[in-house]
Design a protein around this ligand. Structure first.
Ligand SMILES: [Zn+2]
Length: 230
């Protein structure tokens, strides 16, 4: 390869640098194909880079950073905190040395409030999950822990779009249970138990509707057969 320079190198270091540059360029072979980024011998993509980082740096909590693009950011952050046990449940507040008057579940007032109880084992949550199962016509298992719930979402044998809808509905259910719990603690009378199911149906529809083509998502169908909506 020949190099054309406007100004010739004059001194030792310049000549030396030019020789080194020549050596480097001599090993380069140009081709007619279009330029592209490579990554480990394969085409580069952000998702591949992300997977590699997750695999190396986040392997113990790889599920934690799994983002659901169809859910709003605040919901993803809520789920992320829930997976990391960082929600301000009474159990977590006590673990951080914060004194609270009553450590019981505010939904049933019967037992200690931790994540598994408030979202899965509490009577009120049971009732909410069974109404969600009735609406969606999905047979939801009785998860023994939230870890089981995350694993179930990933493994339930349904096709991709339906898994997405199920994920969104489960996120909406968890979010609204948490809203109900907070409305009781902070005495917000605007959100009551009777509002929870309606709010799950409406919020999950809005999240899906905002991110898919409007024609593929229909409100009447969502009310009756949510799993067939995409
Ligand atoms: Zn309870």
């Amino acid at each position: 390869m020949e190099i054309f320079l406007e100004k010739k190198p004059r001194y030792g270091i310049e000549v030396e640098n030019l020789q080194q540059l020549n050596q480097i360029l001599n090993s380069v072979t140009l081709s007619q194909t279009r330029d592209y980024w490579t990554w480990n011998g394969d085409l580069f993509s952000v998702s591949k880079a992300r997977k590699l980082i997750d695999k190396h740096d986040l392997s113990p909590h790889v599920n934690v950073t799994k983002w659901c693009n169809q859910a709003p950011i605040k919901i993803n952050i809520f789920i992320w905190r829930l997976k990391l046990c960082r929600l301000a449940t009474k159990k977590n507040l006590i673990a951080r040395g914060i004194e609270i008057e009553n450590s019981g579940c505010c939904l049933c007032e019967e037992t200690f409030e931790d994540e598994n109880h408030i979202f899965l084992h509490c009577d009120t949550s049971h009732q909410i999950w069974s109404k969600v199962a009735q609406w969606t016509n999905i047979s939801l298992p009785s998860w023994s822990s939230l870890a089981n719930l995350w694993a179930w979402i990933d493994s339930v044998p349904i096709r991709k779009n339906r898994r997405l809808i199920v994920t969104i509905i489960i996120y909406a259910t968890l979010w609204n249970i948490w809203r109900l719990r907070n409305s009781i603690i902070f005495e917000d009378t605007k959100f009551r138990k009777s509002h929870v199911i309606d709010s799950i149906v409406v919020s999950s529809f809005n999240w899906i509707y905002a991110r898919f083509s409007k024609s593929s998502c229909n409100w009447n169908q969502w009310l009756q057969y949510p799993l067939h909506s995409l």
